[in-house]
Every structure is written in structure tokens, then in C-alpha cells.
Design a protein around this ligand. Structure first.
Ligand SMILES: Nc1nc2c(c(=O)[nH]1)N[C@H]1C(S)=C(S)[C@@H](COP(=O)(O)O)O[C@H]1N2
Ligand SMILES: [Mo]
Length: 198
């Protein structure tokens, strides 16, 4: 599959590819609030709910049958490390949103995960081709500790916006706060503005 390099998206937000206060690492550290959850491909499902024309419930086969892309992206953790050139394969957020038919009054999105993690973002920050529901990493299945079978990646935001083990999204007409956002982390989380805390 061809790889689309989107690592130049920083030009929209800042002058440097490496956001201020970050250092580059070639490692891929694991940051999880708890243990890696188990999953069963037979019983796994992905739910799209809230302010949509049609609520969706997709099986693993249905999800992985959706049109997919591979993108080269950078990954910025709020704790200070950035990893360049991660190749993620998956389904774009707009692709999924289009299938559900998002209502005009939706303004915010809540992501939910198998470990009860949640994170939220304004809808306009989600409606980008670079926001992926990723199941592949560097040509392989996404490793479980990095969110396999399915995680969100948000290369224009700090990585806590990317729910690992994601199993649902809800379109909201009023903002609600996710796990770290309730604990003082930024809702917008722009790495080039150093939006770390709110
Ligand atoms: N479900 C879930 N997603 C999560 C987390 C988590 O604890 N649970 N941690 C977040 C944080 S704080 C970061 S920095 C990234 C880390 O991703 P990584 O472990 O693949 O480096 O995942 C984010 N997504
Ligand atoms: Mo993080």
C-alpha cells in the first residue's frame, strides 16, 4: 500500500517539525493508565453513537473492510518525547463520520476504550484526514501495548488524544471531558502552542 507522508502538517501550526519543549526519540515508549486489556475478535465491536443519522455497530470484519490508508506521521507525547516517522494504517475519521451522518449541531467527540479510558476533542479537530483509527503499525498489526487491535492517532495533537483500544465514539452537542482532560490536561492539546494543561 502506498504511504502518504503527512509529517509536514506541522507547517499549519508552527515553524519547526519538533514542537517546543519536546525531544526526539527513536524508541516508542508505552504509556497506559493501567493494564493492556484483552480482546476477542469474535465479540469485539465498534460503536458510533450520539448526534448522528444512523448509529453504527461494526464487527471487526466490518471495520477492517472499510477503505483504509497508510500514513507516515509524527507522534508527540505530552510528557516531552516525540517519535518521528511512524507508519500507521487504518480508517480516517471523516470516512467513518460520513457513514454515520453527523448532525449539524454536533460540536464535540468523545472516544471510549476497552480500559475505560476516554478522551475528547472538538469535532473540527477530528474531521481531518490525519486522524486515523489505526490497526497497522510499520507494516505489521498494531502491537497490543500500543493499542492493538485499534487505536486513534492524532499527529496534530498530543498523543493522549489518541485512545488506545478504542471501541467507540460519541458525537456530542455539548463538550464533555475525558480521563486526562478532567484531571487538568488541555482539551485542545496543540503541541506547537504547548497546550499541555488547561
Ligand atoms: N485507552 C487508552 N488510551 C491511551 C492511554 C491510556 O492509558 N489508555 N494513554 C494515552 C497517553 S497519555 C499517551 S501519551 C498515549 C501513549 O501511546 P503509546 O503507549 O502507544 O506510546 O496513549 C494515549 N491513549
Ligand atoms: Mo501521554
Amino acid at each position: 500500500m502506498p504511504v502518504t507522508d503527512v509529517t509536514d502538517l506541522y507547517e499549519e501550526f508552527g515553524d519547526e517539525r519538533l514542537p517546543p519543549g519536546q525531544h526526539e526519540t527513536s524508541d516508542f515508549p508505552v504509556l497506559s493508565k493501567g493494564n493492556t486489556p484483552t480482546w476477542d475478535p469474535e465479540n469485539w465491536s465498534f460503536r458510533v453513537s450520539g448526534a448522528v443519522d444512523e448509529e453504527l455497530e461494526l464487527s471487526w470484519d466490518e471495520f477492517t473492510d472499510l477503505p483504509s490508508v497508510t500514513q507516515r506521521q509524527d507522534f508527540h507525547c505530552v510528557t516531552g518525547w516525540s517519535r518521528f516517522d511512524c507508519d500507521f494504517t487504518g480508517v480516517t475519521f471523516p470516512e467513518l463520520a460520513e457513514r454515520a451522518g453527523v448532525h449539524d449541531d454536533a460540536c464535540h467527540v468523545m472516544f471510549t476504550a476497552l480500559d475505560d479510558y476516554t478522551t475528547d476533542l472538538p469535532l473540527e479537530d477530528c474531521m481531518r484526514e490525519e486522524v486515523l483509527f489505526a490497526y497497522g503499525f510499520d507494516g505489521d498489526d498494531l502491537p497490543a501495548e500500543h493499542g492493538g487491535p485499534l487505536r486513534v492517532v492524532t499527529p496534530h495533537k498530543y498523543a493522549y488524544k489518541g485512545a488506545k483500544w478504542v471501541c467507540g465514539i460519541e458525537f456530542l452537542t455539548e463538550p464533555e471531558r475525558g480521563f486526562w482532560e478532567k484531571r487538568g490536561y488541555s482539551v485542545t492539546a496543540d503541541p506547537w502552542a504547548e497546550d499541555r494543561y488547561s
